[in-house]
Design a protein around this ligand. Structure first.
Ligand code: HEM
Length: 398
């Protein structure tokens, strides 16, 4: 491959997998925007995830808190830390996402899914991202961190803005209106979250924010800044990613009507379908790290302090690990956890995301039998997450 690949040009965005295949065949190299070094083979991506001493999560902080942005509580959250600082915070929040918390949430998620699917129009064009893929994860995040359910589109805009920081890169040539918009979003989100925190301190509720305020490890509570950082982390990590899991699932069902028929006949296979969507179209395509020393991979030296993207999207299409990796095959055996990362930062919300997708698709397939495209699909712009932001669809009952 000659010249630097730009992963955000529209044709690569619409289908990055042929480009990833070329990157996997070549030597380890850098891409645009941002000049990230990319690891694309399954084996290399997993090895880097397992080695935080060399591939530091400070890379997440650098990618999400570039100098042009300045302040961003997401970048200061535990996702941008290495052990032991990360370990303390992770221990504090682990419990809030354990099996009892999930079991408590399940009936609520099922009720949200049912109500959202009931509102979808039948036989008429609708944007399925706004009508179905967004409202379920937004309702769940709302439930967890106390967001007002009438403001879903606002939270989606915040999450979109916060995940598009990586598309601008660390050192843009000049100031653009988009940069000012993102700075304003950080401020607006922070003001909103401050009000939620203040109200829970005065009036505790049976929710995650109250649990986090009350959480103690060795008698120590989270500081106000740590609480704010964690709420940003949940909004960004839990909303955009799950919306894309739902929208990739929808696109695959629209393109493969035989799968709709099969899943309607065998709803118990929905979790297997979701696993294959996570492998074939991972919502998180890349996770950022920074090298703590000169590091040699496949004969190429990545210098100390370099930004590195661990390309989950490319690893999940590596034929040496997944036979016929470019084929969607829901009968593949086993679970592939790489879409949720690996090692100490493994996704806290993986079981929740899987539950949302399962219950959302169960409700959808109980009502509809066919989905047809009703207009062009639009992709988001981010180095980390990838998914359609607009997908006009007609849903048919018969
Ligand atoms: C399909 C949906 C999701 C995908 C693909 C996904 C993916 C990921 C990945 C790849 C990481 C690893 C980051 C790293 O190694 O630096 C991660 C971390 C994280 N995820 Fe998710 N995620 C999803 C849904 C959720 C949900 C629903 C929540 C919570 C409501 C959540 C909360 C988190 C948190 C808190 C972390 C940071 C963990 C840490 O730093 O220790 N995620 N996620």
């Amino acid at each position: 491959m000659s010249g630097r690949v730009n992963l955000l040009v529209p044709e690569v965005r619409a289908n990055p997998y042929p480009t990833y295949a070329e990157l996997r065949r070549g030597p380890v190299c850098q891409v645009d925007p941002g000049g990230y070094w990319v690891l694309t083979r399954y084996e290399d991506v997993v090895a880097a995830f397992k080695n935080p001493q060399v591939f530091s999560n400070i890379g997440m902080r650098i990618a999400t808190k570039p100098a042009w942005l300045g302040h961003n509580p997401f970048g200061d959250s535990m996702i941008g830390m290495d052990p032991p600082n990360h370990t303390r915070l992770r221990t504090l929040v682990n419990r809030a996402f354990g099996p009892p918390a999930l079991a408590r949430l399940e009936p609520r998620v099922r009720a949200f899914a049912g109500a959202i699917v009931d509102r979808l129009p039948e036989g008429q064009p609708t944007d399925i991202v706004d009508g179905f893929c967004l409202p379920l994860p937004a309702s769940v995040i709302g439930e967890l961190i106390g967001l007002d359910p009438t403001q879903h589109l606002l939270f989606k805009r915040w999450a979109d803005d916060l995940t598009s920081i990586s598309a601008i890169g660390p050192k843009p040539e000049s100031e653009t209106p988009r940069m000012a918009e993102i700075r304003a979003t950080v401020k607006e989100t922070e003001q909103y979250m401050s009000k939620v925190l203040a109200s829970r301190r005065v009036e505790p509720r049976d929710d995650l924010v109250t649990d986090l305020i009350n959480a103690r490890v060795d008698g120590e509570a989270l500081t106000d800044a740590e609480l704010m950082n964690f709420m940003f982390l949940l909004l960004v990590a839990g909303l955009e990613t799950t919306i894309h899991l739902m929208s990739h699932s929808m696109r695959i069902l629209m393109e493969r009507p035989e799968l709709v028929a099969r899943l309607k006949a065998e709803p118990s296979r929905i979790p297997r379908f979701v696993e294959e969507v996570l492998r074939y179209e991972p919502p998180v395509q890349a996770i950022m790290r920074v090298t703590t020393g000169d590091t040699e991979i496949r004969g190429v030296t990545i210098p100390k302090g370099s930004p590195v993207a661990l390309m989950i999207g490319a690893a999940n299409h590596d034929d040496s690990h997944f036979p016929r990796a470019d084929s969607f095959d829901m009968d593949r055996e086993g679970t592939n956890n790489l879409p949720f990362g690996h090692g100490v930062h493994f996704c806290l919300g993986a079981p929740l995301a899987r539950m949302e997708a399962r219950l959302g698709l169960e409700a959808l397939l109980a009502r509809f039998s066919r989905f047809t495209p009703a207009g062009p699909l639009e992709w988001n712009r981010s180095m980390t997450v990838r998914g359609p932001v607009k997908m006009p669809v007609v849903a048919h009952a018969k």
